[in-house]
Design a protein around this ligand. Structure first.
Ligand code: NAP
Length: 312
């Protein structure tokens, strides 16, 4: 029984083998491009951006485990068999680290850090830039799933008024929860900071565009920690230049790495981070993958299964 891993390249394979050796000793862990692997022996794959067409070469494959919470990088394989279960990688570490990032970014925007960093680069002593205070800075989180709900609770604990929006109505302590199109309008109208933690689906593609920005109070800020597909970059640049959006902290992009000539790199009111908002350690990932493989072997419920009908 073989588990093929495509994450971190050949250099990471010994670590994956040692980690899975502790939690799943009856499964042999091999590298993605290992020429000695019999395709019939592969039962599980743990992958980030699997090579186009490769997953379809394993007729006895039972589970596709993503190394990330999002599975867009797997669905990009147009030859992917549709009967296979795909499992998202969500661990306590993933939601904790995303809450850390969203809180850090919210404080950075509250205290006008993008503008202060620009002033530093120009050698400008911009002493009037004192920023605001958390209790007067409503933050709207779009997407109240595994990550959004934990980030919302953390922001509320830090004194930010928190609004949330999801497909189905939620009830979370300390969070003003909304759903539906009218709910989105209500949330946006009140937000000083809007955070994207939605999944990448047909409905969320380019949602962060001109229409959404126009519904925000003038000068509100944007955090994109979901997926690049959800942000219309040209619309964001126009909104930044008109002052409708005050600043943005962006972690994910349509093309990654962000191309060198992209204007976002050098925009004075934008902070770019290289898709580092949240990732669990290999140890956590191996532990979580093993739990699901064990559950699958025992015929028990698997957690964080990608729902093809919902699209996330
Ligand atoms: P999740 O558990 O699937 O939650 C998704 C949330 O979005 C749910 O609340 C869902 O509503 C809501 N939603 C989905 N479609 C919607 C729609 N059309 N309208 C309104 N709400 C909608 O996802 P997650 O694990 O929290 O992940 C969130 C995002 O973070 C994903 O895009 C993921 O790829 C990204 N991510 C980024 C990083 C990074 O480093 N930047 C790391 C990890 C994950 P319901 O509750 O009603 O279902």
């Amino acid at each position: 029984m073989v588990l093929l891993v495509k994450s971190g390249g050949p250099a990471a394979l010994p670590e994956w083998q040692a980690l899975f050796g502790e939690v799943l000793p009856d499964v042999t862990v091999k590298g993605w491009d290992d020429a000695d692997v019999d395709p019939l022996s592969v039962r599980y794959v743990l992958v980030w951006e699997p090579t186009q067409g490769r997953i379809a070469q394993f007729p006895n494959l039972e589970l596709v485990l993503s190394t990330a919470a999002g599975v867009d990088h797997i669905l990009a394989d147009t030859a992917l068999p549709t009967h296979l279960d795909i499992i998202r990688m969500v661990t306590e570490e993933t939601s904790t680290r995303m809450a850390d990032f969203v809180t850090m970014a919210s404080y950075a925007l509250l205290r006008e850090m993008p503008q202060l960093v620009s002033a530093q680069r120009e050698g400008r002593w911009d002493e009037a830039r004192l920023g605001g205070v958390a209790k007067e800075t409503p933050v709207a989180i779009l997407g109240l799933g595994e990550l959004g709900s934990v980030a919302a609770a953390r922001l509320a604990a830090n004194g930010f008024p928190v609004l949330g929006w999801s497909r189905t109505q939620k009830s979370l302590p300390g969070v003003a929860c909304h759903s539906g199109e009218a709910g989105l309008d209500r949330v946006l109208a009140q937000a000083r900071i809007v955070v994207n933690l939605l999944p990448d689906t047909a409905q969320t593609k380019d949602l962060f565009g001109a229409a959404l920005f126009a519904k925000l109070p003038r000068g509100a800020s944007v955090i994109n920690a979901g997926r690049g597909a959800q942000l219309d970059t040209a619309a964001l640049l126009a909104a930044l230049d008109s002052g409708q959006v005050g600043a943005a902290i962006l972690d994910v992009f349509k093309v990654e790495p962000l191309p060198q000539d992209d204007p976002l790199w050098r925009h004075p009111h934008v902070i770019v981070t290289p898709h580092v908002a949240s990732d669990a350690s290999r140890k956590e990932k191996a532990r979580q993958a093993a739990l699901n493989i064990r559950a699958h072997q025992a015929g028990a419920a698997i957690v964080h299964r990608f729902d093809r009908a919902r699209g996330y």
